[in-house]
Design a protein around this ligand. Structure first.
Ligand SMILES: NC(=O)c1ccc[n+]([C@@H]2O[C@H](COP(=O)([O-])OP(=O)(O)OC[C@H]3O[C@@H](n4cnc5c(N)ncnc54)[C@H](O)[C@@H]3O)[C@@H](O)[C@H]2O)c1
Length: 358
């Protein structure tokens, strides 16, 4: 039995992770804490809302008192921290919320871990924790900055973030590391490459292009479209986090990547051809400031030490993903129109705080 606090579980990866864990670990209880920003969508979890092992609580991770009471009320022994502002473009326009959620929010969680899991929380020299506890911080390959034409990110590289989003994620990584070094906290940090799959908010490359293509709208491509990312199916990411939760060595950082380097423009063209549309929809637009040219993950550590490896080929993953968006046009319509926000009001109005689930 584990009581897992999943933060940001109404977002893209968090909702896939909750579904993945409930499918595989019948004895675990998941407590999903999410403040439901524009990116949080409870429709992503519609199919599991009645699962007795699942509870949703609408809370901001920066709210110290509420997080404190959740640790007490649900006997939390595991944290998987997904909650974040996650869109680079937004961080360029409005950096502050990225710093407060991604850094301060993480620190609030760490403080609660220290308070509730340390054997003697009053003793600053005590580095002993209750048995079986773990704080897993979900980070990104973007913290390493950009690569040239060659080379790959390894866990020991310096962090050189280039935009406010990646700077906030890198800062949080350093705070998590410091709580391990100073307080002996049993933590892991995972740094994953770009994810794709079902339930991704259509501001990100793949769902945006699928949605625009379906509606015969322009496909905006930054710069020359030759920015390279390493793509991983979200279910492979969930499996990797599950692996790190169970096998990760305390204090270690694990890169997670799919060995799938693709240029943005090639992904756009793949979507166009799969949907039998015309490349004339492509519109090159001015590049994003500070746009990293290439990311590539060396996943040797997690594959050799923990035995995880990606299962999806890019071709299979993209085919399934495009199929999912075709089969779930109502989901996209609801998100694009903003109607998904009403779902929460309808489902949970009047029970704002500790609500839903059983
Ligand atoms: N999407 C990717 O390709 C990718 C790759 C590597 C790492 N990551 C990391 O994985 C995590 C999840 O990413 P995602 O793509 O699912 O993001 P997302 O934007 O889809 O979801 C983020 C969730 O966090 C919630 N949230 C935001 N601020 C909050 C706060 N203050 N308190 C509580 N909840 C809050 C939102 O409501 C949303 O449900 C992030 O930490 C991100 O940095 C994402």
């Amino acid at each position: 039995m584990r009581n897992i606090l999943v933060t940001g579980g109404a977002g893209f990866i968090g909702s896939n992770f909750i579904r993945y864990m409930l499918d595989r670990h019948k004895e675990y209880r998941i407590i999903n804490v999410d403040s439901l920003t524009y990116a949080g969508n409870l429709e992503n979890l519609k199919d599991i809302v009645d699962n007795p092992s699942y509870t949703f609580i609408k809370v901001d991770i920066r709210d110290r008192d509420k997080i404190d009471s959740i640790f007490s009320n649900y006997a939390i022994d595991t944290v998987v921290n997904f909650a974040a502002e996650s869109h680079v473009d937004r961080s360029i326009v409005e950096p502050e919320v990225f710093l407060t959620t991604n850094i301060i929010g993480t620190q609030v969680l760490l403080d609660m871990v220290k308070k509730h899991w340390k054997v003697n929380p009053e003793d600053k020299y005590c580095k002993e924790y209750k048995k079986g506890v773990k704080f897993l911080h979900v980070s990104t390959d973007e913290v390493y900055g950009a690569l040239g034409k060659k080379g790959m990110f390894v866990e020991t590289m310096p962090l050189l973030p280039n935009n406010p989003y990646s700077a906030s994620k890198a800062s949080a990584d350093l705070v998590v590391r410091a709580y391990h070094e100073t307080f002996g906290m049993p933590i892991n940090i995972t740094r994953c490459s770009n994810n794709y799959g079902p339930y991704q908010f259509p501001e990100k490359l793949i769902p945006l292009m699928i949605n625009n293509c379906l509606n015969d709208k322009d496909l905006p491509v930054y710069g020359d479209g030759m920015q390279i990312r390493d793509w991983l199916h979200v279910v492979d990411h969930c499996a990797a986090i599950d692996t790190v939760l169970h096998k990760g060595i305390d204090g270690e950082v694990y890169n997670i990547g799919g060995n799938n380097e693709k240029a943005n423009i090639d992904i756009v063209k793949l979507i166009i051809h799969t949907l039998e549309k015309s490349e004339s929809l492509i519109k090159y637009v001015k590049d994003r400031p500070g746009h990293d040219r290439r990311y590539a993950i060396d996943n040797t550590k997690i594959t050799t030490q923990l035995g995880w490896e990606p299962r999806y080929t890019f071709e299979q993953g993209m085919e399934e993903t495009i199929r999912w968006y075709l089969d779930n046009t109502d989901w996209i319509k609801n998100v694009v129109s903003g109607n998904y926000m009403k779902y929460y009001e309808e489902m949970y109005s009047g029970i704002d705080e500790v609500a839903a689930g059983k």
